[in-house]
Ligand binder design. Structure first.
Ligand SMILES: Nc1nc2c(ncn2[C@@H]2O[C@H](COP(=O)(O)OP(=O)(O)OP(=O)(O)O)[C@@H](O)[C@H]2O)c(=O)[nH]1
Ligand SMILES: [Mg+2]
Length: 311
């Protein structure tokens, strides 16, 4: 831990810190919420379930507290080894958390998937959980109240709060509630550190995000992106080469599109996002390759960084 990076005298005696895991079924807005809380994009977002694949750390440092958020893949019934990795990643984040934020989509009533998430909560043992009723902007007050009753009945929550991650409503209040429930503790990370992810990884994710946005059905789920080259030139331009891997040969053409038009769109949009993150001009070159059935192979998953540290 990096406690020694902080001058002890700077922190108030009641300084709090800890790990807060954002947990929920796919697509409830966990990553949107993380980005909104941090005021910076560290996790990719899409309207399709199962967007997040790794645990993403987001660090929020305030004078009185340091909150280390863990955005996690949505809990679901895995269909292949990649899904198993995702679910295990979320379960470990549950286990390692000081506090849990169960993020639900309050615009719809709870379903079997939410129930499954609650079961995972129980498996993680006795932990404080805050019920975060997200997407409040999508429903009228009456429907919201009716759904809230049903979510509340799923488990016994330490606190409950209604928010809108996209409209940034009630997030300060959520943060207050979180901080009040964290244990006393030091800063674990330097105050200017927002995430522990490498820029190289985020760049790969930003390419995958555009694939998620632009392609339908099973194609985006079989996509993994690897950055092969990430080099800053003396004039400040960042040259990035990345490969988009698909898990069926027939998906290659779909990603490339007619006359290369789809790949061009993906590249342009991803480049803009990467430029925002790096605050630098970027030259992005994309390649497309097939790695049939990679989601089912332990070795292939490891190659793409989808492997858990040994315990
Ligand atoms: N209207 C509305 N939409 C939201 C809100 N929060 C998230 N969304 C949308 O919900 C969709 C899913 O958001 P994500 O943040 O990717 O959800 P997630 O829980 O991280 O999803 P997984 O990573 O797949 O588990 C996106 O289209 C978001 O724009 C909200 O407060 N209001
Ligand atoms: Mg997510």
């Amino acid at each position: 831990m990096s406690e020694d990076l902080v001058v002890p005298g700077e922190l108030p005696a009641d300084h709090r810190s800890g790990y807060v895991s954002l947990i929920g079924k796919p697509n409830t807005g966990k990553s949107t919420l993380l980005n909104a809380l941090l005021g910076q994009k560290v996790a990719i977002v899409s309207d399709k379930p199962q967007t997040t694949r790794n645990a993403i750390i987001g660090i929020l440092t305030r004078p009185e507290a340091q909150v280390i958020f863990l955005d996690t893949p949505g809990l679901h019934r895995p269909m292949h080894k990649l899904g198993e990795f995702m679910v295990e990643t979320a379960k470990r984040a549950l286990r390692d958390a000081d506090l849990i934020c169960l993020v639900v989509d309050v615009s719809t009533p709870p379903d079997a998937e939410d129930q499954q998430v609650i079961e995972s909560l129980w498996e993680a043992g006795e932990k404080d959980a805050i019920l975060v009723l997200n997407k409040a902007d999508l429903v009228d007050a009456q429907t919201l109240a009716a759904h809230a009753v049903q979510y509340r009945a799923l488990a016994s929550f330490a606190e409950e709060i209604t928010v809108s991650a996209t409209r940034q409503q009630n997030l300060d209040r959520l943060l207050q509630i979180i901080i009040a429930r964290l244990p006393l503790g030091p800063r674990y990370y330097p105050e200017d550190m927002i995430t522990d992810q490498y820029e190289r990884f985020i760049a790969a994710e930003l390419v995958r995000e555009q694939v998620m946005h632009r392609l339908r059905q099973e194609v985006p789920y079989g996509v993994a992106v690897a950055v092969d080259r990430f080099a800053e030139r003396p004039d400040g331009l960042v040259h990035i080469e990345a490969t988009i891997y698909v898990d069926k040969d027939s998906h290659k053409g779909i990603i490339i599109g007619r006359g290369g038009s789809m790949l061009k769109q993906i590249g342009q949009a991803a480049r803009r996002e990467i430029e925002k993150m790096l605050e630098a001009k970027v030259f992005l070159e994309l390649w497309v390759k097939a790695r049939p059935a990679w989601r089912k192979s332990e070795d292939e998953l490891r190659r793409f960084g989808y492997s858990l540290p040994r315990e």
